[in-house]
Write a protein that binds this ligand. Structure first.
Ligand code: HEM
Length: 307
């Protein structure tokens, strides 16, 4: 079987498994179904320029579009839920092309490969369906994949942010930066909020779309783009594993989210693809990262046909 065919089969299997767990919400993304889209400007500070030739990380400000989202596949999920949130950015480059950077407010993923993710979703579904809760499928999954334990604990304990503007977000996977001389370095990204990380004291009285409504009166919000450089031996293929805390981090610019986008419908219909990259940035050997483009294409195909 060709690797493209294998990728497409596992991608359909994954989206089927998500639908079995979460239901099918016609016309919506199969994850991060409810989001709102904003106009933004990213201003690089020049610190990335020695390490990557990527045009949006050199010196000039770049226009960007940001989608902030609730992670659930159910578009009617509540903002008061304890849940992961998404921060997807499309940078609009001077030559008319785009490059994407997709983050969530947890630092690690719960599976090292797409196949493991299928097992994870199926274990979650088995636990949901179980007549006998003393047979914990997720617990067995974590037992068989020890690096997943900390990632799952982090995802479960993520706070409910006071605002989309008061959470830190991570791209989770490693990417590779290539400099002008051709040297390649592994990096991991984060958006660090200028307003600090602040969780809600009490979300019990929130309306279902509280975080979107809250942002209306708070805008603009801003975040620093922090890049952490990996060292030889740091895993780039497994996003369940953290790098050591002492790795060098460099702040390379700031994004300011200024206004709600006028054409919500247009942007909701687009895909934010973490592998839509430019010269100077390459994918790492992480198989989950490699699969995401095809998985998102399957979701796009289903939602754009109102399935
Ligand atoms: C096997 C692993 C994964 C699967 C199966 C998966 C699945 C999906 C799907 C089906 C969508 C909707 C795509 C669309 O219709 O446009 C989506 C969106 C998204 N995913 Fe993933 N994902 C995975 C890994 C990750 C990781 C590691 C991150 C962390 C950075 C992430 C963050 C997001 C975000 C923020 C969105 C919303 C993008 C937007 O606003 O358009 N995903 N994911």
């Amino acid at each position: 079987m060709s690797s493209e065919l294998a990728k497409s089969q596992i991608s359909s299997t994954i989206v089927d498994a998500i639908e079995e767990l979460k239901g099918t919400h016609h016309g919506f993304r199969r994850a991060h179904a409810r989001g709102f889209v904003y106009e933004a400007t990213f201003t690089p500070n020049g610190s990335a320029a020695p390490f990557t030739t990527a045009p949006h990380l050199q010196g000039s400000p770049v226009r960007a579009t940001v989608r902030l989202s609730h992670t659930d596949a159910n578009p009617h999920a509540f903002d008061s839920d304890r849940s992961v949130r998404g921060f997807a950015t499309k940078f609009h480059l001077a030559d008319g092309t785009n490059t994407d950077l997709v983050m969530v407010n947890v630092e690690r993923f719960v599976a090292a490969t797409p196949e493991e993710f299928v097992d994870f979703i199926k274990a979650a579904k088995a636990d949901t369906d179980a007549a006998d809760p003393s047979v914990p499928h997720i617990k067995s999954f974590v037992g068989a994949h020890p690096t997943v334990g900390p990632a799952l604990a982090a995802a479960k304990s993520v706070g409910i942010p006071e605002s989309y503007g008061t959470s830190q977000y991570w791209a989770i996977h490693a990417f590779l930066w290539r400099d002008a001389a051709g040297e390649v370095r592994p990096v991991r990204y984060s958006w660090v909020p200028d307003a600090g990380v602040v969780n809600a004291a009490d979300s019990s009285s929130w309306t279902p779309h509280h975080l979107t409504e809250e942002l209306r009166s708070r805008l603009p919000i801003s975040f620093v783009l922090r890049v952490t450089f990996g060292e030889p031996g740091d895993p780039t293929h497994d996003s369940t594993v953290a790098w050591p805390d002492d790795r060098r981090s460099v702040d390379v610019g700031r994004i300011e989210i200024t206004a709600e986008a006028a054409d919500q419908e247009h942007w909701q219909s687009q895909v934010f693809d973490p592998t839509a990259l430019v010269d100077g940035i390459e994918v790492s050997d992480d198989p989950v990262l490699a699969a995401r483009s095809t998985i998102y294409a399957v979701s796009y195909d289903r939602r754009s046909h109102q399935r």
